[in-house]
Design a binder for this molecule. Structure first.
Ligand SMILES: Cc1ncc(COP(=O)(O)O)c(C=O)c1O
Length: 305
């Protein structure tokens, strides 16, 4: 036993020194540090702050809402009574998420014209969609708003007026190649908090349609902008009325204060569920169960709805 350890140590040393002396393959030498994420930086500052009364206003902001916390506690109690998870629970969450996105009375829901899968929260849903898009449209680009909570591309925010850079945004829609993918924040745009007006959404929808662009919505804060779930989903109604086949990445991290549970949903109009499933199977197979149960119980139990 002792010998084995010694041997490993020596091998380890040899390996390290060969890398340093330039004889090994320098796989990662060209990889620089990524710039710091401003949102995660809030949590880093929170952790470093010794004040005992500190509150993290970063990613876990919603956890402190009393009503939400008690709803989740009630859901916890109900979930404990469920013996095991069957695929019907996953299906229920996809169905309830689609209703939130497309509207309970929409044709998409009534005629089951969508495909959806559970995802690892909002970022997981975006990731799955990006893989799906890359698989079927490898040459087409995805455009994101500038600034956004991750990468950036189309013009969106005007720091002078603190409103949308609307004319520039429309120009970008007109000037990029036809059939591009446009990622919009449904409401409470992160990090600016600035959303287009209803009239501006109508124009955006119209211009996207003219260029055959595909609109994709990320929905991390539905209900936060106006206080109403349906009101905040108004942009999707406009796009559906214009005949777009939209896609949606939904996150329950902030909406339900369940950041650590990674509950989300990817859905899009038109069936192709098997393809979505094939992609999510390769990425994570199936998401953790507990958060899925909490969300689906909260969305469907008559006492909690
Ligand atoms: C618009 C938007 N979508 C998605 C996300 C990521 O959410 P999740 O934590 O669910 O992956 C964020 C996170 O900050 C966001 O602001």
């Amino acid at each position: 036993m002792w010998r084995r350890w010694e041997c490993l140590t020596i091998r380890g040393r040899r390996w390290v020194s060969s890398l340093n002396s330039g004889n090994g393959t320098r796989w990662w030498d060209h990889v620089d540090s990524a710039p710091k994420d401003p949102i995660l930086g809030v949590t880093e500052a929170f952790l470093a702050d010794p004040n005992p009364e500190k509150i993290n206003l970063g990613v876990h902001s919603v956890v402190h809402y009393v009503e939400l916390t008690s709803m989740i506690e009630l859901a916890e109690a109900l979930v404990m009574e469920l013996e095991s998870l069957s695929s019907s629970v996953n299906l229920r969450l996809v169905e309830e998420s689609a209703k939130l996105a497309y509207g309970e009375d929409s044709d998409a829901i009534k005629e089951q014209k969508y495909a959806g899968v559970l995802a690892l929260s909002g970022t997981g849903a975006c990731h799955l969609f990006a893989k799906f898009q890359r698989h079927f449209y490898p040459k087409l680009c995805i455009f994101l708003s500038t600034p956004t909570w991750s990468k950036e591309k189309f013009q969106y925010y005007d720091p002078d007026s603190k409103g949308p850079q609307f004319a520039a945004l429309i120009d970008d829609i007109k000037n990029v190649p036809d059939c591009s993918f446009f990622v919009h924040h449904l409401c409470a745009h992160n990090p600016t908090g600035v959303d287009p007006s209803e009239e501006q959404w109508r124009e955006i929808s119209h211009q996207l349609k003219k260029k055959n662009h595909f609109p994709f919505f990320v929905m991390a804060y539905q209900g936060f902008a106006s206080g109403g779930l349906d009101e905040d989903a108004k942009a999707i109604c406009i796009f559906l009325d214009d005949g777009h086949l939209v896609g949606c990445a939904q996150s329950y991290a902030k909406k339900m204060g369940l950041h650590g549970h990674r509950v989300g949903c990817l859905s899009k109009l038109q069936q192709s569920k098997s393809q979505l499933q094939q992609i999510d199977r390769a990425v994570y197979s199936s998401p953790p169960v507990h958060g899925v149960l909490l969300v689906s119980t909260s969305l469907t139990d008559s006492k909690l709805k």
